[in-house]
Design a binder for this molecule. Structure first.
Ligand code: 5GP
Ligand code: MN
Length: 319
């Protein structure tokens, strides 16, 4: 799964792992980095190995692997140092993913940008193998969490009738919809809420001439609110919720550089924007990127870029 895994990356991986274990395989799940506590309820979570800090163990596991499944990312630079290890590995590589423009590194792939979530593709894979009956509640909850979050709780344009059919099937298997949603969305710390409040009141810049809103958070801001992984998740959506705004971003100073999240409505491709300017990518309406420059430099570059995209941003027809 990709760095800083979200519910889809972790949920699709644990759903697939649960299935492979039932088929008698020996399975290791590796996350490149740690992830938020609000995901740690998933079945199989206790057996996930975090690469950072367990490099030797992970190198060994990968060295011994016959097959490596890569879930919820489309290029190897999304998994940091693990990317080199996997590209050199002689194991069979299987990509299961729904991001745009996949890199050509896998031997097999189940890839579709039509899929709302990687968890949806994992479900379809198990179904196509006629093993739907093997999906237990734990697997179903993990897959459901991936679908729920990647569709923005069944609100994004990716929410097809198929998504509802799969969600319905997972609920039939026993997913407690309210419980999964509470675990993920209603487990805020007070510090996180205060950070969001602070970001909204002090760190939100709205540029109506570009129909753009962005948040800028410095390392000091994060420290003040005892930032922990996942605390800024969803912040970018507040920017996009402003009437008239078609492009929103968060620019956040982390230990290893500035991390950006981009969201758009309509045709403006944040995937392309992130790829062309910030070494990133993702989907048309949700993408991310990173930079080694200082926060102020990144903000400056971001604002200057808006000028270049001004007509594109203003051509968006959204009601
Ligand atoms: P988020 O903003 O929630 O971190 O990510 C939004 C989407 O963009 C996700 O599908 C995520 O996988 C992708 N994404 C986020 N950051 C990066 C990045 O640095 N590079 C690439 N290629 N994709 C990213
Ligand atoms: Mn995903």
């Amino acid at each position: 799964m990709h760095t800083k895994p979200d519910a889809d990356a972790l949920g699709s991986s644990l759903g697939l792992a649960g299935y492979l274990i039932k088929k008698g395989h020996e399975v290791s799940v590796i996350a490149p980095t740690d992830y938020p506590d609000f995901l740690k309820w998933m079945k199989g979570n206790d057996d996930v190995t975090i690469y950072k800090g367990n490099e030797e163990l992970c190198d060994k596991k990968l060295g011994e692997a016959d097959i490596v499944f890569c879930l919820d990312f489309s290029s190897l630079n999304r998994i940091d140092e693990l990317g080199d290890i996997i590209s050199c590995s002689s194991a069979i590589k299987v990509l299961i993913d729904h991001h745009l423009d996949p890199q050509d590194f896998a031997d097999y792939r189940s890839w579709s940008t039509e899929a709302a979530a990687t968890a949806e593709l994992v479900y379809e894979l198990i179904k196509d193998l006629n093993d739907e009956d093997l999906i237990d509640i734990g697997m179903a909850e993990s897959l459901y969490a991936g679908i729920m979050t990647d569709t923005g709780s069944f609100r994004h344009p990716s929410t097809t009738s198929r998504v509802f059919q799969i969600a319905a099937k997972l609920v039939e298997i026993g997913v407690d919809v309210n419980n999964v949603s509470r675990q993920i969305y209603d487990s805020n710390s007070l510090d996180r809420l205060r950070l969001i409040g602070y970001a909204l009141s002090e760190r939100l810049v709205v540029l109506p001439e570009y129909r753009t809103a962005y948040f800028k958070l410095s390392a000091d801001d994060l420290k003040k609110y005892k930032y922990s992984t996942g605390d800024s998740e969803g912040l970018v959506n507040y920017g996009l919720s402003i009437v008239g705004v078609v492009f929103a971003a968060t620019l956040i100073e982390r230990e290893d550089g500035v991390k950006m999240s981009f969201r758009s409505v309509g045709d403006f491709s944040v995937n392309q924007f992130a790829r062309d300017n910030f070494n990133g990518g993702g989907h048309r309406n949700a993408a991310g990127g990173k930079s080694d420059e200082s926060l102020d430099e990144v903000v400056d570059k971001f604002e200057k870029l808006l000028l270049r995209y001004k007509s594109e941003l203003n051509n968006e027809c959204v009601d």
